[in-house]
Write a protein that binds this ligand. Structure first.
Ligand SMILES: Cc1cc2nc3c(=O)[nH]c(=O)nc-3n(C[C@H](O)[C@H](O)[C@H](O)COP(=O)(O)OP(=O)(O)OC[C@H]3O[C@@H](n4cnc5c(N)ncnc54)[C@H](O)[C@@H]3O)c2cc1C
Length: 494
């Protein structure tokens, strides 16, 4: 492989990380950059859909931490995609834990509306415990293995102390409220339960300042803008890659060959792999020849990748308060805060505890976004439409105590069954360390090898050391790998 000044670069995957890598390389003057995408569209886990006349986000909805430090915020601002509210300096300066709480509405499974005042101690205790997790950051040994174990054990102990003056029923209800919040957190980590999330590893994720914001149009507009900066023929769609043959030698020269599902073989100097971790976990043994080195494979297996889905539900009129941002559903038999559902096929719906109110809706339309994670979420994906509709209708009627509420339309996401994603996003599973994220991003062949360097590079959300699971994290990894090549070619003589 010659270190030619204008090498052949293949990017696998046209999500935001692949697009970002290609865009940066093209801007730096590389002319032979080609993206191979398995599906018929660009954007990957940025995907906008429709429910009635409303735009819904099938994938990412929020810019997390929208402020100057966040390159995604800067891009969206420069493309003119943000609401003026998001641009306000006071919005950008606020940290997520400083923000005024979203205005909640609470309902219980006996059809009661629970007052915000009544439920506030549950919310406060949950936030207090989540804030305390930071103290375990980088600790080799922690008193509990997981976030779930920590929350459960501490919550029970503190509840007995802090709520001792409340009657037994209220204490129990507040613990059930805590359970609802834990299910909400499970969605944020796309895991089955918080028992799977490492207590020390949880704080590897670094938040940025700024109140999370949506795009008033569609998140896909960002992709359209980015794509318009690439040469027209940069992407080949419907072209799944079957295998990356690396470290092979032809006539004494190392080569990388990308083999597509349709049999096409493409010779390249460098390949940037951006496939989701879920896909990598399932297909690593056939995707790389020779296989991934043992330490890298070990990290691929250790890092968590789970399912979080959304169920959008449209109503003719709202049954929540005009200022409500979030609805919490409290199951009154969950005082043990276990979040373990025994018979998923019968009780999967109990995993749903949160609906957020869609901010940008068409006139006369009212849409909620329900969140569900883990195995129940994966089961939900396979249900017939009618069964899903009747389960959601029954859930809402039960909690509101109103037997006439009928959804106008329902739209669910199905990320687990998406063959090119196999789930939603990554999380720090129990046992994971910062070294695993380092291993995820390490190019092949590994340092110290005699072979041609930088044959295979890795980008994508699950390769960012502290902004994993987000769009801005994915964007940064694409730029990182492009910069790796740019700096390589600025130091080798053609
Ligand atoms: C339900 C959900 C909600 C989310 N909410 C948010 C949010 O609010 N805010 C936020 O910041 N992040 C959110 N995320 C995460 C965010 O969407 C991702 O982190 C980000 O979009 C990932 O970008 P990526 O480029 O790493 O991967 P992807 O976008 O998944 O791109 C990878 C591409 O590779 C392609 N591919 C796979 N296999 C092959 C193959 N063999 N050959 C060729 N191509 C292949 C795929 O088709 C895909 O297009 C959410 C994700 C989900 C699923």
């Amino acid at each position: 492989m010659a270190a030619s000044a204008d090498p052949e670069i293949v990017v696998i995957g046209c999500g935001i990380s692949g697009i970002a890598a290609a865009q940066r390389l093209v801007r730096a003057g590389f002319h032979h950059v080609r993206i191979l995408e398995a599906t018929a569209r660009s954007g990957g886990r940025i995907k906008s859909g429709r429910l009635g006349n409303n735009i819904t986000e099938i994938g990412a909805s929020y810019i997390h931490g929208p402020s100057e430090e966040n390159p995604l915020f800067c891009l969206a601002r420069d493309y003119g995609l943000l609401d003026p509210e998001a641009l306000k300096p006071e919005n950008q300066a606020m940290y997520i834990d400083e923000r005024p709480h979203w205005s909640p509405n609470w309902f219980s499974c006996s059809g009661q509306r629970l007052s915000t005042e009544l439920m506030r101690p549950a919310l406060d205790m949950f936030n207090e415990l989540m804030d305390e997790i930071e103290q375990f950051h980088n600790r080799r040994e922690t008193p509990w293995p997981s976030v779930g174990h920590f929350i459960r054990s501490e919550a029970r102990q503190r509840a007995a102390e802090k709520w001792k003056d409340k009657d037994k029923n209220t204490q129990e209800l507040l613990l059930c409220g805590l359970s609802a919040k834990l299910k909400d957190e499970v969605c944020a980590s796309a895991t089955h339960t918080m028992d799977e999330v490492d207590l020390a590893g949880f704080s590897m994720f670094e938040g940025l300042s700024g109140l999370d914001c949506n795009l008033p149009g569609a998140f896909e507009d960002l992709i359209k803008n980015l794509m318009s900066e690439l040469p027209a023929d940069s992407v080949t769609y419907n072209r799944p890659v079957r295998c990356v043959h690396w470290n092979s030698t032809e006539n004494g020269v190392s080569t990388v060959t990308v083999e597509c599902d349709d049999g096409e073989r493409i010779a390249a100097d460098h390949v940037i792999v951006t496939v989701p971790l879920g896909y990598l976990k399932k297909h690593h043994s056939t995707l790389f020849c020779p296989p991934l080195p043992a330490h890298k494979l070990h990290s691929v297996q250790k890092l968590g990748f789970g399912t979080c889905n959304k169920i959008y539900v449209e109503f003719e009129s709202p049954w929540w308060d005009a200022d409500c941002d979030i609805i919490h559903l409290v199951w009154e038999d969950e005082g043990d805060i276990l979040v373990h559902i025994k018979d998923i096929s019968k009780s999967w719906i109990k995993k749903m505890s949160t609906f957020t109110v869609l901010k940008y809706c068409e006139r006369g339309s009212h849409v909620l976004c329900g969140w569900i994670s883990g195995q129940e979420s994966e089961y939900m994906e396979s249900l017939p439409e009618e069964e899903l509709r009747s389960s959601i209708t029954e859930l809402i009627r039960t909690f509101t105590g109103n037997p006439t509420i009928t959804p106008r339309g329902i739209l669910r996401t199905q990320w687990f069954h998406d063959p090119w994603t196999c789930g939603s996003f990554c999380y720090p599973a129990v046992g994971v360390s910062a070294q695993d994220l380092e291993n995820m991003m390490e190019p092949l062949p590994v340092k110290g090898s005699q072979s041609q360097p930088l044959q295979v590079l890795f980008a994508g959300e699950a390769t960012h050391p502290c902004h994993y699971s987000t769009v801005h994290g994915a964007l940064l990894t694409g730029w990182r790998e492009a910069d790796r090549l740019i700096s390589h070619y600025s130091t080798v003589s053609p």
